[in-house]
Structure formats: structure tokens, C-alpha cells
Design a binder for this molecule. Structure first.
Ligand code: GLU
Length: 320
């Protein structure tokens, strides 16, 4: 009798463990390099989602990845539920344009937009680089494969009628590697399409004499005029040692995207965790400080909103 009771108790416990496990849902958000801002976005979102795991059974994780293009590919391949991607590459992935020609993802869905990402060039102060055109003949990190930086750099080069052959060296180092390589004088400039401030550029500016370089001119003006996802942008002064004045460039927005195949309850849980705790979220990185919910749910999004996001935005009365 005693043994039987023990057995049935153990069996019940084991069964309930199985059923809890069966109900548990995992959500993976693709981010970017660990010294960028996407990584902080993903970690911040998951931190808020995981506060409610006991209630929702949803567990969130946000690994480091190659960033925008890698995340869009991983979502299309069902390897990740969600990811962060630049608004220009969200547009191209949904519409099958630019480098997403023949890779159109009809199932791509927008969740919300996040911080602005100015295309950023930082050069060694001793490299005689005052404008983007001065990068010709120099040793430049053009962005790692899979990154939005690399993809947008290609767009800029094409707009100028250049290729990366104009550089003496066009390296494809990861954001976490590029600062030290430039400060060892193995590169003269690094590029990063990224929110500010970020760890990679802070590290460079703290380790050697650097300055931010404007990205302006006719070709850039034409890019902005021809494409709604590009806009003029300014990197504020005083964020990085050696760059006290604001610097003009152009930029996009970081956006959170997913697939229509992803369960609406998961997307709802993510959106709810962020907007129910919005003040807390905005304190997690200086780039989030000026975020406004009403802009995030409509600006810089090309793919339709995911149904799980729509459910929450309707509940809040933000959309009809
Ligand atoms: N926008 C960058 C990219 O997609 C990533 C920036 C970041 O990690 O914060 O390449």
C-alpha cells in the first residue's frame, strides 16, 4: 500500500512535470554583436518576458547573431521566432527586392520599430578622413557578412558607382573585433549602422584618437529622396571621446520582426511585456530613452503587423 502510494505520487509528479514541460513555449529573438544595441534590445525584451514565465509558460532567449540580414534569413528558415532588423532590410525581405530578390518572405511580419540607427563611420584621427569620399584608398571595415551594416554599405557603394575595390582593404570583421584592429592601426576606419551610444564605438574612441565622419553628399541625398526607409540623421556630439560636435549622416530604424507562422500568444506576450513595462524598458539603454509607443507601432514598418501584436495594440486602443 505504502509502495503503491509512493509510486502513484511519483507518477503524478512525473506526469505533471511532463505536462508543464509540454506547455512551456520557447521564444528566440535574433539580435546582433554583443557590443551593439540589438543585443541589449533582445536581452531587455527577454528580461521583461521572463518575469512572467510562471504565468505565461513562455521562456525567452536572445542570442548574439550576425544581425539584420542573418536574423531575417533565420526567421524565413524557421530557425528563430523573432529578430531585430534594420527597416531597409525589413522592406527588402518583405518585398523581395535588392539582395532579397528571389528570397521574398511573404510571411514576414512587423512587431514594432525601436531606436534610430544612423549609418556611422568612425576613423582614426590621424588617417586624414574628413568625409565619406576620403575613405577611397583607405583600410576600412565594411561590416561583417549577414549584417545590415554590410548590406547598407553595398547600397551606398552602388549609389556612388563604387565597389569595395575602391578601398585599400575592405575587411568584414565583427563589431566586437573592429575597434581593437583599428586602434592597432591595421584599419583606418570602421563602419556601423547602429544606435548610439554603443559599446563597439565607445571602445574604439576610448582606446585611440578617433572621430566620427559625416556621410553626406549628392548620392546620399538621392538615396534619401528615392527610398522612404532612409532619412537624414544626426549623431549627437559628446557621446564618444574625440567627437564633441553633432555629425550628419543618414539612417534607418531598428525594428522587431517575426513570421506569420509564429504563435500569436508568443508575439502577444513579447509585446505585452515591453509595453506593460514601458518606462522600465526605456531605462535599459540610452538609445531607448525617447521611444514613443505610438511611433513604434506604425513608423518604419513595411511588413504587416503580426496578429499577436495587433491583439495587444487593439486592447490598448492604439489601433482600430
Ligand atoms: N544594424 C546593425 C546590423 O544589422 C546591428 C546593430 C546592432 O547590433 O545594434 O548590422
Amino acid at each position: 500500500m505504502k509502495t503503491l502510494l509512493k509510486f502513484s505520487l511519483a507518477a503524478t509528479l512525473a506526469m505533471s512535470a511532463v505536462s508543464v514541460q509540454a506547455e512551456e513555449k520557447f521564444i528566440t529573438i535574433g539580435t546582433g554583436g554583443q557590443t551593439g544595441v540589438y543585443y541589449v534590445v533582445g536581452q531587455s525584451i527577454c528580461q521583461l518576458v521572463n518575469r512572467d514565465t510562471a504565468k505565461t509558460q513562455i521562456k525567452c532567449n536572445a542570442p548574439s547573431t550576425g544581425a539584420s540580414v542573418a536574423n531575417l534569413n533565420a526567421i524565413a528558415a524557421h530557425e528563430m521566432d523573432m529578430g531585430i532588423a534594420q527597416s531597409d532590410w525589413q522592406y527588402h525581405a518583405y518585398n523581395g527586392s535588392s539582395s532579397f530578390e528571389n528570397k521574398k518572405n511573404d510571411k514576414l511580419r512587423a512587431v514594432f520599430s525601436i531606436h534610430p540607427e544612423p549609418f556611422t563611420v568612425m576613423a582614426r584621427a590621424d588617417a586624414n578622413i574628413a568625409t565619406f569620399d576620403d575613405l577611397k584608398g583607405k583600410r576600412v571595415n565594411v561590416g561583417d557578412p549577414g549584417s545590415g551594416t554590410r548590406a547598407t554599405m553595398n547600397v551606398i557603394l552602388a549609389a556612388k558607382g563604387w565597389t569595395d575595390k575602391v578601398f585599400k582593404v575592405a575587411s568584414e570583421l565583427k563589431p566586437a573585433e573592429m575597434a581593437s584592429v583599428m586602434c592597432d592601426n591595421n584599419l583606418e576606419a570602421i563602419t556601423y549602422n547602429v544606435g548610439h551610444p554603443n559599446g563597439a564605438l565607445k571602445e574604439a574612441a576610448a582606446s585611440c584618437d578617433t572621430k566620427l565622419v559625416p556621410v553626406t553628399g549628392e548620392a546620399i541625398d538621392k538615396l534619401i529622396a528615392d527610398h522612404s526607409y532612409y532619412a537624414k540623421a544626426v549623431i549627437p556630439g559628446g557621446l564618444y571621446k574625440g567627437s564633441d560636435d553633432p555629425v550628419e549622416t543618414f539612417g534607418v530604424y531598428a525594428t522587431l520582426v517575426t513570421s506569420s507562422d509564429v504563435d500569436a500568444d508568443k508575439v502577444y506576450a513579447v509585446v505585452k511585456a515591453v509595453f506593460d513595462n514601458f518606462d522600465r524598458f526605456k531605462r535599459l539603454h540610452p538609445a531607448f530613452e525617447h521611444l514613443k509607443a505610438e511611433d513604434m507601432i506604425k513608423n518604419a514598418l513595411s511588413a504587416p503587423l503580426h496578429e499577436g501584436a495587433v491583439r495587444y495594440y487593439k486592447e490598448r486602443g492604439w489601433i482600430q
